[in-house]
Design a protein around this ligand. Sequence first.
Ligand code: B12
Ligand code: SF4
Length: 438
Amino acid sequence: MKVTLVNLDKSNMNPPLGLVSLATVLEKENYDIKIVDAGKNEKIDYASCDVLGVSFTTVNATEAFRIAKEAKQRNIITVAGGPHPTVMPEECQSLFDYVVCGEGEWVFPQLLRDIENGKKRENKVQGVHGDLHSLSTLNFDHVPNLTSYLKHRAEGLYCKKALSWMVTRGCYGSCAYCQPTLRLLFGKGMRMLSSDRIEHDLNLYKSKFGVEGIAFQDDTLTWTPLPWFRKFCGIMKKLDLVWSANCRIDTVDEEKLKLMHESNCKLVNFGIESGSEYVRREILKKGNFSNEQIIKTFKLCDELGLMPTGYFMLFVPNETKQTLQDTVNFIRTLSPYRIQISIFTPFPGTCAYEQVKDRIRVKDYSQWDYFQRCIYDPSPEFTAEEATRLYHEIKEQITLDVKFNMSYFLKRLRHVHSVKEFTHVFKTGLTLAKKKLH
Ligand code: B12
Ligand code: SF4
């Protein structure tokens, strides 16, 4: 049976880790598997597939629905999976023959066998949060254009080839803009791969692809138990791989940050989201860490030689002029090595969506680009249109202010590890200087 798995993600950042995992499981069961990177304009060859599995997040749902209709006209069996079908199964059920909610590895092979044998199945299939050790090492040979993914990730880590990978599933957090989506996808709590398994897999990726760095995509790698985390860092040190990870301020301390630095971690990404402690704690349910704690943590990273990224979201539900100003001021004070500023977007399935769904103004999911437009009226003080306009103005100004100042440059230069990185910093500086003078 020929099974085509479709990736709709348009970014070049990460290979589709979920689909690679499914393909690795299915090849063991002797299915003829092909991953198509349709998000990057690769064509789906409908003539040569019996089952079409489409993986999608909310922003890609419109395109996924179009593909399902096209496949149906050719009598191909369609299966939907990924974050959007997991949280909005009803919306997908009329368009796809089957909708898999949550993790697919432990249920998809049986579904395919039943399809082959003509056995009747319910349209909705509940995934299983199985033991990660029952899964084989990911076979990245299934990824079309793996080289371009390896190159893209290498840029941020200033090495030649870097792979995106995950060693955990799940997160303990309760952030209003993320949960319960993650719990529905990966269950409560966290599951981790053992250190032996991590070492085995990384050795393989090193020898097979010449990988020099790993961009860990785990939601919160530093929320793992300390003994596990110590072993994990030990492996990264032993294998001499540079790496990056997503962390939360309240899950790191001096010991963990030192362990990370000593084991070649370069980039640490922190979701800060707002400069208002009230917004973070009460509206975003992000946890109870103070601005002072954030400043201390970023300073410590800087002293150790770790490069911290601060992620921020403007126009959160009930944003006021004051809380917006608090965020702008805080970004300036923090002046992080890297900043990402986006517009708050209430994705279906999250608590935030339930709170603001009546205020959503843009219905077409394909327009839900959180770097372009605000899709809802955030508060009585801002409409969606005003928020979009202000977002672009504020983002441009902060980027110039933060990046075009001497202390930022000195900080940035201290983290330069190679000629390539120096050239990059220098060029960015020149571009910003030109813009500022304009
Ligand atoms: C890495 C990542 C990214 C990367 C790359 C995404 C990619 N394709 O690899 C980047 C940075 C580009 C990205 C961007 C965005 N992301 Co993102 N991302 C993630 C993250 C952290 C990991 C994705 C991953 O590899 N997971 C691991 C694998 C194992 O899980 P999986 O892909 O879901 O696949 C499993 C199941 O879903 C299922 N499955 C998946 N597909 C299929 C298909 C079939 C046929 C079957 C049977 C089963 C099945 O089986 C798989 C194996 O168990 C997740 C959070 C998370 N922990 O998953 C968020 C997440 C997927 N992102 C999310 C969102 C919203 C986005 C953005 C819109 C903005 C944002 N908030 O980050 C953008 C836009 C992406 C786009 N253009 O589509 C949401 C999705 C929510 C939703 N309802 O859509 C998530 C869940 C985070 C969250 N809680 O907000 N993201
Ligand atoms: S810490 Fe990150 S992954 Fe965990 S619930 Fe919050 S936003 Fe989601």
